[in-house]
Design a protein. Structure first.
Length: 528
């Protein structure tokens, strides 16, 4: 096994080295391996060959720093969780769409990915042995992603810090937060994560989530990365006109080379969403019903606009084009979306926080995203999604197919050390979110906020040593059969070096066991 392969697989040692760099800067034209490329430069010896910066250095020596011309190349090497399991390639990766060669039974069929240059690592030929009627399962390609809140530096995070609403940050803090997101995208890209996600929020002068436009952010992140897919959990669709959103999303997708992933939702905060004309509601009240009704129409419009050469829509809330519209004296009856996304139809990722949304996501065959649910709710909802898809579409899914699991994770050399850091971030998030939680669930008001220990017991927060995190996730994988896992590696109060270390430790010390235990797909005939 060569040195690059050892680095990619984590090397013989799982001991995580100390981070000796401040992280990344934005790439600029420079010699590969220099500080100006945006890749880290270390000043000490690694204590283990699984160092994430070793892998990054290898990539830099082979390719140099990312350049802007890469962003418009056709997407060829980006995995996203979807309805179909793909065969693994000879190198253990899966590379986009494929053209399958045909051959007689017993021969080796070569599968070449179209649109990939021979120099690209994912242009390797996939090998699939064909047998005469021999049925065998294909292994599901596990998808690993990372979600970032987009939080400013918050050294006083925790129960003893100021109230969430009393915080007030400025331009320099926001600028540093965006530089951090570029650094995290580069690290995820180099390590091998399949996706990176952020969320759309507005007016967060208190510093928790300072990305008001994830489409724009992801267009920028694409210029600083090579292969990772970039998504939003979520775009608040009710804050947009759906056609305007479709145009912006499609343009960013084209500029990224087809690397965007699309998570859509209805919004959660009145302070944000109500400004844009579609109020947020709760528990089926008038605003909630109206919000859901508008959102579902918007999703229909987005799908029609992105999937078709031309489209028109007549609904309760939208008429596109408007009645009586003319262009150069001729009636306008439909519109083209210019441009359209490179990959259509666009796969929709749907965060699920209620039974109604669970049913809607299954009916629409969206990818159901389940995050921060206690285990006693996670398991039945996870399984119910598959049942609802089967009822609506007559399709029996694998136990984890079309679903994505999100978990907050923090690892350290000891459970106590992990909990110390995690508690600060947990308590800060609780101060921010608890008022909204009890507004949606008034019955919780009398019991008080959930503690970190309760979150850990419910498996929505996985805090401890890498071994403990690995074992907990393996138990969850056995129960759920998940095929797509997105971690939260950053918490309020953490700085860039700490977050980069979390990304590396998960990748080197936790992920391999999960990837090795990836579930098998439904058996297929090798002669097909």
């Amino acid at each position: 096994m060569d040195r690059r392969s050892r680095a990619r697989r984590g090397g013989p040692s799982s001991r995580w080295p100390a981070i000796t760099t401040s992280g990344f800067a934005a790439p600029s034209p420079a010699e590969p391996g220099s500080a100006a490329t945006g890749w880290p430069v270390t000043s000490g010896r690694s204590r283990g060959s699984s160092a994430w910066w070793c892998l990054i250095a290898n990539r830099t020596r082979r390719h140099g720093a990312p350049t802007s011309d890469m962003a418009v190349a056709p997407r060829a090497a980006h995995r996203a969780p979807g309805p179909t399991a793909r065969p693994r390639t000879k190198s253990g990766t899966s590379c986009g769409s494929e053209t399958r060669g045909r051959g007689p039974p017993g021969r080796v069929a070569l599968v070449r990915r179209p649109g990939v240059s021979p120099e690209d690592g994912c242009a390797r030929l996939a090998v699939r042995t064909r047998g005469a009627g021999v049925a065998r399962p294909w292994r599901v390609e596990m998808h690993f992603g990372a979600f970032f809140y987009g939080t400013v530096d918050m050294p006083d995070a925790g129960v003893d810090g100021p109230p969430a609403h009393a915080r007030n940050y400025g331009q320099e803090s926001y600028r540093r937060a965006y530089a951090d997101l570029i650094a995290y995208a580069q690290a995820c890209d180099a390590l091998g994560y399949d996706s990176m996600w952020t969320a759309e929020h507005h007016f967060h002068n208190h510093g928790f989530e300072v990305v008001p436009n994830v489409v724009l952010l992801n267009a920028v992140l694409a210029q600083h990365t090579r292969r990772i897919r970039l998504g939003a959990l979520i775009h608040v669709l009710t804050a947009w006109h759906p056609v305007h959103f479709a145009e912006d999303y499609a343009l960013a997708d084209v500029l990224s080379g087809g690397r965007l992933l699309c998570g859509l939702g209805r919004g959660t905060e009145e302070r944000e969403s109500n400004v844009f004309g579609v109020n947020v509601g709760y528990n089926g009240n008038v605003d909630d019903t109206h919000n859901r009704d508008v959102f579902e129409e918007q999703v229909e419009i987005f799908k029609a606009a992105t999937a078709n050469e031309r489209f028109a829509y007549r609904g309760k809330h939208y008429t596109i084009p408007p009645e009586g519209l003319t262009f150069r004296g001729e009636p306008v009856t439909e519109f083209p979306l210019v441009p359209r996304p490179l990959e259509t139809p666009v796969r929709i990722y749907q965060p699920i926080s209620s039974e109604e949304t669970l049913t809607y996501a299954a009916r629409q065959r969206h990818v159901g995203v389940l995050a921060n649910h206690p285990w006693e709710r996670m398991v039945p909802w996870w399984r119910k999604y598959g049942q609802l898809v089967e009822e609506a579409h007559g399709v029996k899914l694998r136990p984890g197919e079309d679903r994505m699991l999100q978990v907050q994770i923090h690892v350290a050399d000891s459970t106590e050390a992990a909990m110390r850091t995690a508690r600060r971030g947990h308590d800060e998030l609780t101060k921010l979110l608890w008022p909204n939680i009890i507004r949606r669930n008034p019955a919780l008001a009398s019991r008080g906020p959930f503690t970190l220990e309760e979150r850990m017991g419910g498996k929505s927060w996985i805090i401890g040593t890498p071994e403990q995190a690995r074992d907990t996730l393996l138990e969850m994988q056995s129960e759920l059969g998940f095929e797509a896992l997105v971690i939260f590696p950053h918490l309020p109060g953490m700085r860039r070096p700490e977050t980069l270390e979390q990304l590396g430790r998960f990748w080197a010390d936790v992920r391999p066991a999960l990837a090795a235990r990836a579930p098998a797909s439904q058996p297929v005939s090798a002669g097909v």
